[in-house]
Design a protein. Structure first.
Lengths: 230, 230
DNA sequence: GACATTAGTGTTTCATAGACACTATATTAG
DNA sequence: CTAATATAGTGTCTATGAAACACTAATGTC
């Protein structure tokens, strides 16, 4: 990076884009925003925006996240940086993509900050996206699936207290395949990261024990390598 | 990404930085450049430079790589994007870091393009680095180690023909621990991606069979998910 | 021809992953 | 209050992969 001599420099604008996931109704969902201006007017897009002076990339991502959803303290991870020359018709825009996980109980029902429409879409049937956001979303889903298998990111999608069945549903929604209840619970027990808490929950049938994730605070840190092999 | 209304935009310069690895003398080594200008004059740094107009990020990385080493067709993977406001004293510079793997027989002995000094350093005892390059290098090493365990990137560090012992040495150099010869070879055989080729090699002792990697061309693609579990 | 040096080769043991079905506890309806 | 319904909770066996471990084979050198 050291600009040593005379090298051609390009005027670039840098944005952050956010793939904000939640799981509701047993579906992996993503927050999208309907564009009110060209280009891609009327098209849905990932939330995002320009970085500001004196602001780190991660800070910009957290700020955009808070602006769109009002939430803070969520799992956030840098995904990839997209900078192909043609990706934005208005000029050279390099975007640093992040993905975030929001617990279902903290995901606002309709996340609208201003006049723009904003809503959750099931990833499986989202509308066509603006720019190269289709590719960003696909990559985010792939990364989330992978990460789910060897970390504990999945816990970020649940409220503080949850039942084991709820946890399993989240995993099944993201991975897109059913998991065996006994194997799932055995591995959880082996990890030893769940604490039962006082209380049970029943909607129908036998009430279920509530649990909390004992490493909750710690695992908010990026790239924690706790193994979670499904 | 979509600049919708009136948002503060920051003038940003975008660079790519390269962590170029090779393995020589049974050591993981990295290509560094001695800075001839302030800031950090006289300090060693990762090679890199500004992106050009109409040039993709990956293209910029490949171009810088070719400029420094003269090689093309190497394994290259985007690592992370660093954009903290204070990382470059000259202004706001966001850098997209890549790492590359160069086969030992293609790694130039002294990689100097112009007046700047450039040389390979063993990662284990490299000099202090300029900017935030220390962190970039550390992260690259970590990523390479991880990737080594579930992909075949390691093959990119060897000449077209190599012995199994040479391959094992490369893995040991990167992972920093000895591997069991028989287990190593058994897993290789199971993968079925090595073809013996005519010829043997001996420096001392019994000559060893030469092999080539049958998926060589294919695995140059990024993020090939061939499993290679050590 | 003895010695030094590196190549090459199998088996056993242990841990982890996956398949698989029944009992327990609560609510609701008759 | 009894039966039906609905969900929670639990253990075993089998197969596969990972790790530990030691000797024989082929070549060059003294």
């Amino acid at each position: 990076m050291p600009p040593s001599k005379r090298e051609p420099r390009t005027d670039v604008q840098v944005t952050v884009d956010l793939v904000i996931f939640t799981v509701r109704e047993d579906q992996l969902q993503v927050l999208l925003i309907e564009r009110g201006l060209p280009p891609f007017e009327g098209r849905w897009a990932l939330p995002g925006g320009f970085i500001r002076e004196g602001e780190s990339l991660e800070h910009a991502a957290l700020r955009e996240l808070a602006e769109e959803t009002g939430v803070r303290d969520v799992y956030l991870e840098q995904l990839f940086t997209f900078g192909d020359p043609g990706r934005d018709p208005r000029g050279r825009v390099v975007t640093v993509a992040y993905y975030a996980l929001i617990a279902s109980d903290r995901a606002p029902l309709v996340a609208s900050t201003d006049a723009r429409a904003a809503r959750w879409w099931p990833v499986a049937k989202h509308p066509p996206l603006a720019f190269d956001h289709e590719g960003i979303l696909e990559y985010a889903v792939e990364r989330l699936r992978n990460k789910l298998e060897y970390t504990t990111v999945g816990f970020q999608l649940l409220p503080r207290h949850f039942t084991l069945t709820e946890l399993q549903r989240v995993y099944e929604a993201i991975l897109g395949r059913p998991l065996d209840k006994r194997n799932f619970r055995r591995k959880l027990a082996l990890l030893g990261i769940l604490k039962p808490v006082k209380g049970r929950r029943a909607e129908r049938g036998r009430p279920a024990q509530l649990y909390e994730f004992s490493g909750r605070e710690f695992s908010k840190l990026k790239d924690v390598g706790i193994i979670f092999p499904f």
